[in-house]
Design a protein around this ligand. Structure first.
Ligand code: IMP
Length: 172
């Protein structure tokens, strides 16, 4: 049911090189607190953090929002951060922004805790009206509305370890 490779390993690597430069420039002289949204962002997060010169602390949070290939709209916090974000430069790592509901919920939660800055890095953003007003500070790629898997992205826990991003087509 894997239709085609949308983003190859080398395309992703080249984009991460450029994103790392942008992030280093934006946080010059600061220390970042990278917040990974489990589980999908892990591949993107670790590959990107290895490229940074900026000092980084790392924490994770997990929300549950999806079952199958459609958003349930019902987002629950499964694991909270272990670190305090108050007065820190927080950069949230998300795998894909679809409706944007997950990210909005996480941004509301974290901004209520008083970070010095709060920004977003996302590997993918789907080109949809629902998320059009959600500005992504560091974006890997804009993609179409298809469901994608690989490079951390799953379908019911499968395909995360593909080295590329592929389109999943239920009709194949
Ligand atoms: P949103 O709340 O609709 O923006 O959905 C965000 C979350 O849904 C992501 O963090 C993913 O876990 C999941 N998701 C959305 N679209 C896809 C996709 O195409 N493939 C895999 N997971 C997806």
């Amino acid at each position: 049911m894997i239709d085609r490779i949308l983003l190859s390993e080398s395309e992703i690597a080249a984009r991460l090189d450029a994103l790392a430069d942008e992030i280093d420039a934006a946080y010059s002289g600061r220390e970042l607190l990278a917040v990974g949204i489990l589980k999908g962002s892990v591949f993107f997060l670790t590959d990107l953090l290895k490229r940074l010169k900026t000092p980084v602390a790392l924490d994770f949070l997990q929300v549950r929002s999806y079952s199958g290939t459609s958003s349930s709209g019902n987002i629950q916090l499964v694991h909270d951060l272990s670190m305090d974000v108050a007065s820190r430069d927080v950069l949230v790592f998300e795998d894909v922004v679809d409706t944007g509901l997950t990210l909005r919920k996480i941004l509301d939660l974290l901004s209520s805790r008083g970070p010095r800055t709060l920004r977003i890095a996302a590997l993918l953003k789907k080109d949809l009206p629902e998320n059009a007003d959600l500005a992504i500070d560091f974006l890997g790629f804009t993609i179409g509305p298809e469901f994608v898997v690989g490079y951390g992205l799953d379908l019911d826990e499968r395909y995360r370890n593909l080295p590329h991003v592929a389109v999943w087509d239920p009709t194949r």
